[in-house]
Design a protein around this ligand. Structure first.
Ligand SMILES: C[S@@+](CC[C@H](N)C(=O)[O-])C[C@H]1O[C@@H](n2cnc3c(N)ncnc32)[C@H](O)[C@@H]1O
Length: 221
């Protein structure tokens, strides 16, 4: 499976994420990955019927959970290839007593892999909002080609937003921010706003870039 995926990336796109696995999962988390995760993978029939929001690279899923609570009538889809992040989300949305999905998170769906594979499968599905908070900055020049938010990917995302839909991007890596703004010139997307209250995610709190604040882009067609 891993080999097949890598082959896919060699042919089409480079890998944009770091690790797929971290430390060994606890028994409970492994159980949730084996049993709960398959029940909440995104399905096109389901998504065709209800408005939906997508978060790409949700990390441990704190912001994904906020989206689920704030939008109970929408389906919230998260894509994340890092298994430990997916497992952390699973653990926080299932009751500890019986491992059943908590009622308030019943609208969450999870794709545990590269979002580009999911979007390939869900070609006719559009989202009200697409969030990308703190995409891996790949700061070294030789890694720049691994940056997710290149113009090809932004063009792909623009095919998956509803009329009036938004793409919301946040990063504390200001050089990556400027790079994304340059990439936008090769798309039809327009910057609608750059003013957003700071969204506290796990990565934002680490502030690896050492900047004073994250910068945001709200894009639409
Ligand atoms: C720097 S972390 C930020 C995590 C989280 N958004 C936060 O702010 O705490 C970037 C995340 O994007 C994920 N990622 C990278 N490429 C991706 C892709 N092609 N599809 C989905 N997720 C991806 C990585 O696995 C990683 O968890």
């Amino acid at each position: 499976m891993e080999k097949q995926e890598l082959k896919h990336f060699e042919n089409q796109n480079l890998r944009t994420f770091g690790r797929r696995h971290g430390k060994k999962l606890s028994n409970r988390k492994q159980w949730l990955m084996d049993n709960l995760l398959p029940e909440i993978t995104p399905k096109s029939d389901d998504l065709a019927q209800k408005p939906a929001i997508l978060e790409i690279g949700f990390g441990n899923g704190e912001h994904l959970r906020d989206l689920a609570l704030a939008n109970p009538d929408k389906i919230i889809v998260g894509a994340e290839p890092f298994a430990n992040g997916v497992a952390a989300l699973m653990s926080s949305i299932a009751n500890e007593s019986d491992n059943v999905l908590m009622n308030e998170y019943k609208n969450i769906r999870v794709f545990p892999d590269d979002v580009r594979l999911m979007l390939n499968d869900l070609q006719n599905i559009n989202f009200d909002e697409i969030w990308v908070l703190h995409p891996d900055p790949w700061p070294k020049a030789r890694h720049e080609k691994r940056r997710l938010l290149n113009h090809d990917f932004l063009n792909l995302l623009s095919k998956h937003i509803q009329n009036g839909g938004k793409i919301i991007i946040g990063t504390d890596h200001w050089e990556y921010y400027d790079w994304i703004v340059e990439q936008l010139k090769q798309t039809s997307l327009k910057i609608k706003s750059t003013n957003l209250d700071i969204i506290k995610t796990r990565y934002q709190l680490k502030n690896k870039a050492g900047t004073t604040n994250p910068k945001y882009l709200v894009l639409s067609l």
